[in-house]
Ligand binder design. Structure first.
Ligand code: ZN
Length: 399
């Protein structure tokens, strides 16, 4: 007889949260909000909903500390999940099906409903043990992280309500790791999305007219792709580097032209670039300007997205929250691997205010399945994560 994992209320709560289909696009967050309200009541946490943008609730549960005047700890997670291709799933993606090995299948099981519930379960345990922490904890559940957080954390950080939370340190999502180490992220690359417009002499498709948009577009694509090749080689030749350590460049769209036998006046190439944290932004932009100039007359570029440089969170003795974090994980014998997050998370908005933030999802010995089919988290890994947070949250909140 297989273990009935659902007998454990921490697993049952997780499955209940996973069953709420808060899936992009056009998420209805009502189910998440009422679920969290219920959790707050059960655990004994105050509950507040901020709506910076209508229908985009930011839920904040609060546990006051013994010294409420001190800067607080933010435990952040996002409520939304990415879409699914249901046909490719072994079990329905919003069923929270648990198989014989204890694998809990659902969209959001790794990214990142697990972490949101683990925070709450850890706090429930701390409260049941009669613990009182020095600093106040704010547990936030934000919308729309999976579409860039524009109506979520990005706007929230500029409100007086956020300021009033008086945050001193934040934890947010990390990523699973198939190996023994737990990966922690102290920084993110900057996302730049650029449209390069190449204009030229239009004409008949049967001729070899000079100064065409196509010739300029080729020059531009070559320059970006050469840099891509260079970064690819750097990554391949150094086993100590991860994808977050290099600059990635991808040609994601090409548009323009009117019909097949007409040389167009304009062609545009779109590039998705993730700038490594070591790249000087001004220098990089000047390089693109120079390529456009060299490509010929009438080549310009504009930003669809241009994330500013954001300083990484310090992982040394100068950051007391890091010292506490590291101390707690050392005590538990956890092996850590520090990296730069390859994509973007809400941590970048928190760090942009100069606040320290660490990305951490306690999932070792787990394949990386975020945004993938058959996303799952094993129940034992999930439950161990709660115990990890019990120690970790206590450590950072007692700094
Ligand atoms: Zn996520």
């Amino acid at each position: 007889m297989a273990t009935n994992y659902l007998d454990n209320p921490a697993v049952a709560n997780f499955v209940e949260y996973l069953k709420i289909p808060s899936v992009q696009p056009d998420v209805n967050y009502d189910g998440c909000v009422s679920f969290l309200k219920n959790q707050a009541q059960q655990i004994g946490l105050s509950f507040k909903v901020y709506e910076v943008v209508p229908k985009k609730p930011i839920v904040v549960l609060t546990w006051p500390g013994k010294e409420p005047g001190l800067p607080t700890i933010l435990l952040n997670s996002h409520m939304d999940v990415v879409p699914v291709f249901e046909k490719s799933w072994t079990y329905p993606p919003f069923s929270g099906h648990i198989d014989d090995e204890g694998k809990i299948f659902a969209r959001g099981s790794q990214d990142m409903k697990c972490v949101g519930i683990q925070y709450l379960e850890a706090i429930r345990k701390l409260k049941q043990a009669g613990v009182q922490l020095k600093r106040t904890l704010h547990i936030s559940f934000v919308p729309d992280e999976e579409i860039g957080g524009l109506d979520g954390m990005k706007k929230f950080i500029h409100t007086s309500e956020f300021k009033a939370l008086n945050i001193g340190f934040a934890l947010d999502e990390g990523m699973a790791n198939p190996d023994e180490e737990f990966i922690i992220f102290n920084g993110e690359r900057s996302i730049w999305q650029i449209h390069v417009h190449c204009t030229g002499q239009p004409g008949h498709g049967s001729l070899l007219i000079p100064n065409t948009a196509g010739e300029k577009l080729r020059y531009i694509i070559d320059k970006f792709m050469d840099l891509r090749e260079e970064q690819k080689r750097i990554l391949e030749n150094d086993p100590t580097l991860y994808i977050g350590d290099v600059t990635t460049i991808n040609l994601t769209q090409i548009y323009g032209g009117v019909q097949s036998n007409v040389v167009p006046e304009k062609l545009t190439a779109v590039f998705d670039i993730r700038l490594a944290v070591t790249v000087d932004h001004t220098e990089f932009e000047n390089r693109i300007k120079a390529w456009c100039k060299d490509a010929g007359e009438g080549v310009t570029f504009e930003f669809e997205q241009r994330n500013p440089y954001v300083e990484c969170t310090k992982t040394d003795a100068s950051n007391p929250f890091w010292t506490a974090f590291k101390g707690a994980t050392d005590e538990m014998g956890l092996k850590l691997s520090r990296r730069i997050f390859p994509g973007g998370t809400d941590s970048r908005y928190i760090r942009s205010l100069g606040l320290p933030a660490i990305g951490f999802s306690p999932m070792n010995h787990t394949p990386v399945l975020l945004h993938d089919h058959d996303e799952f988290l094993k129940a034992d890994v999930y439950l161990r994560g709660i115990d990890i947070y019990v120690k970790l949250i206590a450590a950072v909140a007692n700094v």
